[in-house]
Design a protein around this ligand. Structure first.
Ligand code: PLP
Length: 230
């Protein structure tokens, strides 16, 4: 077995344990392999281990890898990094979803391109739960306005839920607070707008078990799976 396969097995049992210990049903937490900086042979190894969901941060970098990806290997690619408006079209060519929508102008661009193509896309809204200025994402206070704007102006953009990046280098308490904030925000929005938001993408290598305890439905793992990044 390769090291990626070994790590994948370990991660799977940790995900299962965290799912069970928080009283949730097994199989309710998806694993996304985050492939930024990774080369194709590593990604293929992850695919061979059984992973089918991949996340990339940058359109340009993803284009190179997805362009070379053998089409018979069924896989789903999602964008999880900040999307510049001038790359929206390319992003829709490459990715099945954009999990990092954080402003209305971007959703309106997606809407316009999707109208031309008579197509639709599912997205997540990225929320900045830590308040760190370096982070992308809409603030928790402005999330409702963004959601309403998209519902009103972008019928081809279907919002499936919320996404966040936990605080960097934070202790366990701070990370848990960010994740529970995202969950409570989702619960409140769902209730007020009468709108299902089933997905919460939260938890990375350092904090995914805690994110599962706080209700994560998708953990995004880079280093835990592939090892340290250069
Ligand atoms: C890099 C990245 C991850 C994965 O981070 P690791 O710490 O390597 O697990 C997850 N989500 C986003 C948005 C990222 O940029």
């Amino acid at each position: 077995m390769t090291s990626i396969m070994n790590r994948f097995e370990e991660i799977q049992s940790k995900i299962l344990a965290a799912t069970r210990s928080s009283g949730r049903k097994p199989g309710t937490v998806a694993l996304m392999a985050v492939t930024k900086t990774r080369i194709l042979p590593e990604i293929i190894e992850a695919w061979q281990a059984g992973i089918r969901l991949f996340g990339e941060n940058r359109v340009q970098e993803a284009a190179l890898k997805i362009g070379e990806w053998p089409t018979e290997r069924l896989a789903e690619w999602r964008l999880i990094g900040n999307l510049q408006r001038n790359k929206a079209r390319k992003a829709l060519d490459l990715f099945s979803r954009v999990d990092s929508v954080d402003r209305l102008e971007l959703a309106v661009d997606l809407q316009r391109i999707l109208s031309e193509r008579d197509s639709k896309v599912e997205v997540l809204l990225e929320v900045n739960t830590s308040g760190e200025a370096s982070k992308h994402g809409v603030s928790p206070e402005r999330t409702e306005k963004l959601l309403e704007g998209i519902l009103l102006h972008c019928p081809r953009v279907t919002i499936r839920g919320l996404m966040t990046v936990g605080p960097l280098g934070a202790d366990a308490r701070e990370a848990a607070a960010a994740f529970s904030l995202l969950r409570e925000l989702r619960d409140g929005l769902s209730e007020r707008l009468g709108f299902e938001l089933p997905e919460l993408s939260m938890g990375m290598s350092e904090d995914f078990e805690m994110a599962i305890e706080q209700g994560s439905t998708c953990v995004r793992l880079g280093r835990a799976l592939f090892g340290p990044r250069e």
